[in-house]
Design a protein around this ligand. Structure first.
Ligand code: SAH
Ligand code: SF4
Length: 356
């Protein structure tokens, strides 16, 4: 049986686990210091633990489970990592450099069951959820990569926008967020973390009730049900009349700004009419809304879609702006290295299939 990753424990869980196994509670804090501040790779480097405690950790737990398969670096400094997990499944993690710091995009599931019609991750149904440790480990591997380059560089921001639907793996995603946010560990500020969902309305209510300051982004992509159902079949289960009240609840409860993601697909959802409908949909919450217009990253298998013309993007943006909706056009990172979610993984899996 595979040993459990030590990265999957919150600090309290690790303390409880140690006590259950006859160790002192205070060891948890020492171990976290080695894991997240000194960032060691092996238990035997934890020199202030006694032999009995080291033996226990070595016998029952592991530090690293991910194996780096591919690392692609883009001209703009974006780095895409492809990791192999212990069961052989591949996942992607992306490191991006911004003027405000380093941001990492993490994967939460192997594949995705939501199956949006434009997305490379949805091409394959979900194989399994990642556990919290596997999500934390993506951040740790990237941080260790930065450590090797320069001891001062830190992952300062996280976006949960890689492969998978985080709210379809809710508990592991929440544990991941608590672990990386904990001041005794990596201490990445909650306000610097954003979780993106395709719109699982029920879980948006749960997320609003969590006592955590993490940002929420909603992949909206269309301003009416007909169009949204056409491009995102999840809209059948959670149409706008169910989704928008969940968003209103979130806004009321948290008073935090929400980001609406809107991929612009040529001649599909990028007409002026849709921009006007979007204004109507958001006008009663515009003080807490930000619309992120995303240029589509073409996916080989979805050739019915292409990127909107520059003029269409600009017109769309203008209409939102003129009507008082905060918005921006996403600056792309790493387009030369398949950086859209799921693209590197799906290419690598095709290659592996060809080998068989
Ligand atoms: N499942 C979640 C989070 C992962 S997808 C969600 O859907 O929100 C993260 C974002 O990338 C979503 O807004 C998604 O719509 C977008 N995306 C997916 N495929 C894309 C592509 N080919 N080009 C641009 N954005 C894409
Ligand atoms: Fe899944 Fe998000 Fe891709 Fe939709 S866009 S298939 S929810 S990963």
């Amino acid at each position: 049986m595979n040993k459990k990753s030590i990265y999957s424990f919150t600090l309290n869980e690790l303390a409880d686990w140690l006590v259950e196994h006859g160790q002192k509670k205070f060891r948890a804090k020492q171990i976290w210091d080695w894991l997240y501040k000194k960032r060691v790779d092996y238990f035997h480097e934890m020199t202030n633990l006694n032999q009995e405690c080291l033996d226990l950790l070595n016998e029952k737990l592991v530090i690293g489970t991910l194996k780096e398969e591919i690392k692609q670096e883009s001209k703009d400094g974006t780095i895409k990592f492809l990791f192999k997990m212990t069961d052989g499944n591949l996942i992607e993690t992306v490191l991006m450099k911004f003027n405000y710091g380093y941001s990492v995009c993490v994967t939460t599931q192997v594949g995705c069951n939501i199956g949006c019609s434009f997305c490379a991750s949805g091409l394959l149904t979900k194989d399994r959820d990642l556990n919290a440790g596997e999500i934390v480990e993506q951040i740790m591997n990237v941080q260790k990569h930065l450590d090797k380059r320069n001891k001062e560089e830190r992952v300062s921001h996280i976006v949960v926008m890689g492969i998978g639907e985080p709210f379809d793996n809710y508990n592991n995603t929440m544990n991941f967020l608590r672990i990386v946010n904990d001041q005794k560990g990596l201490s990445i500020g909650a306000r610097h973390i954003t979780v993106s969902t395709s719109g699982l309305a029920k879980k948006i209510y749960d997320f609003a009730d969590e006592n955590i300051q993490v940002n929420l982004a909603l992949s909206l992509h269309a301003p009416n049900n007909e169009l949204r159902t056409k491009i995102m079949k999840i809209n059948k289960a959670f149409p706008l009349e169910k989704l928008m009240p969940a968003i209103d609840y979130y806004l009321e409860k948290t008073n935090r700004r929400i980001t609406f993601e809107y991929i612009l697909l040529k001649d599909v959802n990028d007409h002026k009419e849709e921009a006007k409908q979007l204004v109507q949909l958001l006008k009663n919450k515009r003080h807490l809304s930000y619309v992120n217009l995303i240029p589509y990253n073409p996916v080989d298998e979805h050739n019915q879609y292409s990127r909107s013309e520059k003029k269409a993007i600009l017109d769309f943006y203008q209409i939102l702006l003129e009507n008082g909706i905060n918005c921006g056009v996403r600056v792309e990172h790493g387009t030369d290295i398949d950086a859209a979610c799921g693209q590197l993984r799906s290419k690598q899996m095709k290659k592996e299939k060809q080998k068989v």
